[in-house]
Design a protein around this ligand. Structure first.
Ligand code: 5GP
Ligand code: ZN
Length: 113
């Protein structure tokens, strides 16, 4: 997707503070952090939102979760705990329509609802 900012970040065409990358998944710091650790984890593949995943993406989504735990561990959150969040579509609070998960931690997080 040529006009997607997360595709551009994944391709290195827009700057970001990368904390992890491989051939399928990229993780970088959120530009407006809401916690001491606030990382965005995305597939390189442009998937607009969580409802757009298919059976074909099952392995990719599994891999993305393994990356999330690896990054959490490297940032010292594996024992303390953390939150992995996907905002899906309008009522879920999604703003950027390229699938992403927020990895949040480094402080006590309040209940969501
Ligand atoms: P959403 O509400 O779609 O789940 O979250 C989008 C997130 O992307 C927000 O937390 C926002 O701060 C972050 N964000 C938006 N634009 C950029 C950007 O250009 N670079 C980075 N690193 N984060 C961004
Ligand atoms: Zn994209």
């Amino acid at each position: 997707m040529s006009d997607c900012i997360f595709c551009k970040i994944a391709a290195g065409e827009l700057p970001s503070e990368m904390v992890y990358q491989d051939e399928r998944v990229v993780a970088f710091k959120d530009i407006r952090p809401v916690a001491p650790v606030h990382i965005l984890i995305i597939p390189r593949k442009h998937i607009p939102d969580l409802t757009a995943i298919t059976e074909e993406d099952a392995e990719l989504i599994g891999h993305l979760h393994l990356v999330a735990v690896k990054v959490a561990r490297e940032l010292g959150l594996a024992d303390r705990g953390f939150r992995l969040v996907n905002n899906c579509k309008q009522e879920g609070g999604q703003v950027i329509y390229h699938l992403h998960y927020h990895l949040l931690g480094g402080r006590q997080l309040r209940n969501l609802c």
